[in-house]
Design a protein around this ligand. Structure first.
Ligand code: 2NL
Length: 348
């Protein structure tokens, strides 16, 4: 190489004058390949530095690298300018109609279970309840012990509940909550009555799936603790809920049921909104559809919270969102909700 720095100057001036004449994307790309590409002139020059003395190599190498950066910046500036110029030309020659309506963006939607959840929560919020959320990974105490579910209860065995593989004192003690009640316990633990809360959240059970069972479900539980609350308050609140979610003409039916954390316990059914009580597929020929479990909070649970059980009483209810959502939309298989099939989900 005769004089490497004058070679570099020649290369720079050739590059700039050619760049000035490149006016469209294709010409700019050809220019990039010719100078900065893998076999471009500047690249080859950088590669040939090996034949120079160390001092020359340092000087020319630094200058060549600087030039490389400058040429890249110049290319970018020309590209931007060329694009703007194309746009101006397109507008001026009338090939671009800026009055055309834009292309609509595809917007997503809420999952059907989320839609149902929000409607249910809004109903209770309008009746004075506050929404509270809490942990999905829980301690045995909050999920079972505080709620009068004894050690030998079948729900507590390894075949019904999902435990976290972190035993404490040799015992499985950390689990995925099986209902949202543990979070109600947490609320009671840190608040004095009056309490009006509605607690939504995912719950988990170790369960074989079928058309009406999933290993995960979204539960909503309602809890009220105050002076003078009775079964009449429970019935009035849940009746109002049923009519707002399933129609103003609904009737409700309460029957005895058992849950360890309430006394007395009940299940609530609504008259079938499809057949009006005649009996059809949705109500299984019964005319009634069970939608929730409820009851007066067991005094022992209140005592566990340190409440004065002569002063305070409470009512509670629990319901599964998937079931409510299936009823509202006529969905016959719970597994559809979590199969991630857009053909199903896009219908809501
Ligand atoms: C069902 C039944 C129910 C409750 C949940 C509850 C919570 C506390 C104290 C007392 Cl902290 N009760 N919750 C009460 C009765 C029934 O759920 O079938 N859920 C899907």
């Amino acid at each position: 190489m005769a004089d490497p720095s004058s070679h570099l100057e020649q290369l720079a001036s050739a590059a700039y004058s050619e760049l000035a004449t490149a006016s469209d994307d294709r010409a700019l790309e050809a220019w990039r390949v010719a100078y900065l590409g893998r076999k471009g002139r500047l690249t080859l020059l950088l590669r040939s530095l090996g034949s120079l003395t160390l001092e020359e190599r340092r000087q020319v190498g630094a200058a060549a690298n600087r030039l490389k950066g400058e040429l890249e910046a110049a290319l970018e500036a020309h590209r931007t300018e060329a694009r703007q110029q194309q746009l101006v030309t397109a507008i001026e020659t009338g090939r671009l109609d800026v009055t055309l309506p834009g292309r609509p963006k595809k917007v997503g939607r809420l999952h059907p279970v989320t839609q149902t959840l929000r409607d249910v929560l809004a109903t209770f919020v309008s009746m004075g309840f506050s929404v509270v959320e809490g942990p999905e990974v829980e301690l045995d105490y909050y999920n079972f012990e505080a709620l009068r579910i004894p050690k030998d209860h079948p729900a507590r065995d390894m075949f019904s509940t999902l435990y976290v593989d972190l035993p404490r004192n040799g015992e499985p003690d950390i689990l995925l909550r099986t209902h949202t009640s543990p979070n109600q316990v947490r609320v009671m633990e840190k608040t004095q009555p009056p309490i009006r809360v509605v607690v939504p959240g995912r719950c988990y059970r170790r369960e074989a799936t079928d058309a009406s069972h999933e290993w995960m479900m979204v539960q909503v539980e309602v809890l009220a603790v105050d002076e003078g609350l009775s079964m009449a308050d429970l019935k009035g609140t849940l009746f109002e809920f049923a009519r707002r979610v399933f129609g103003q003409e609904r009737q409700v039916r309460f029957r005895c049921d058992y849950f360890p954390f309430v006394e007395p316990g009940a299940e609530m059914a609504i008259d079938c909104f499809l057949c009006g009580g005649e009996g059809c597929r949705t109500c299984g020929g019964e005319g009634w559809i069970e939608i929730l479990g409820a009851g007066m909070v067991h005094p022992e649970v209140l005592a566990n919270m340190g409440y004065d059980t002569h002063r305070y009483t409470g009512f509670a209810a629990g319901l599964g969102m998937e079931r409510i959502c299936m009823l509202r939309h006529g969905v016959e298989d719970i597994r559809l909700f979590y199969a991630n099939d857009l053909r199903f989900l896009e219908q809501f």
